[in-house]
Design a protein around this ligand. Structure first.
Ligand SMILES: Cc1cc2nc3c(=O)[nH]c(=O)nc-3n(C[C@H](O)[C@H](O)[C@H](O)COP(=O)(O)O)c2cc1C
Length: 205
């Protein structure tokens, strides 16, 4: 039997009571329940500045290399994306921009690392990505996914056919952070299952 795929999970919010962080944690639980290997990360734990090409020219920051390694080291990802003004957040954009920029040697990035990560799309190519969103509004942040999906395709990711936008998110979780509604959980599970399926199949190629 082949090894169950590793799935990287993160949310595009650093807010303490973020609905998207809760949704991402639910996805991580469902990945584990399905027998695959989840890695849940908090983007705010990475010491990544606002992207600036002049800063980058002095050398790619250490945690950007760490992020590239993390992304590349997982067969699939699940992203829970908040919606700000009809799109995804600056945190998510900044993270993806750094991750997709060719590495440059400097104080925090060796020449070998810069060579390893000279292709900006390397961390993204062939990753199977499941998209989730959550918002207090009725559409659940769906419009953020409409912007995020083409960005990821442009970076050579494979998007899971199903996605899920959780509306009325302020009422959706219990005190333990679990989804109250079984049908909402089933929709997250459908995305999780597709990511696991796709990641397993692509890994066999
Ligand atoms: C600048 C800004 C713009 C927002 N625009 C939208 C929007 O277009 N659609 C929406 O559903 N919610 C919007 N919201 C509300 C967010 O969905 C809400 O703050 C949500 O809790 C953010 O996700 P989080 O809970 O994971 O941090 C916006 C919030 C902010 C701060």
């Amino acid at each position: 039997m082949s090894t169950p795929p590793s799935i990287l999970i993160f949310a595009g919010s650093s807010r303490v009571n973020s609905f998207n962080r809760k949704l991402a944690k639910e996805a991580a639980r469902l990945v584990r329940d399905a027998g695959a290997r989840p890695t849940y990360i908090e983007l705010q734990d990475l010491n990544i500045p606002l992207y600036n090409a002049d800063l980058e020219a002095r050398g790619t920051p250490r945690d950007v290399i760490r992020l590239k390694e993390l992304m590349h080291g997982h067969a699939g990802w699940i992203i829970a994306s908040p919606e700000y003004n009809g799109s995804y957040t600056a945190l998510l954009k900044n993270t993806i921009d750094w991750a997709s920029s060719p590495a440059i040697a400097g104080a925090e990035c060796s020449a070998l690392e810069a060579d390893t990560w000279k292709n900006g799309t390397k961390p993204f190519t062939g990753k199977v990505v499941g998209l989730l969103s959550a918002s207090p509004g009725g559409l659940g942040g769906l419009r953020s996914l409409d912007h995020l999906a083409p960005l990821l395709r442009n970076l050579h990711c494979w998007l899971a056919p199903q996605q899920f936008a959780l509306g009325k998110a302020a009422d959706a979780f219990d005190a333990q952070g679990h989804l109250k509604d079984a049908s909402a959980e089933a929709k997250v599970k459908a995305v999780v299952n597709e990511v696991i399926f796709g990641a397993s199949r692509l890994a066999q190629l």
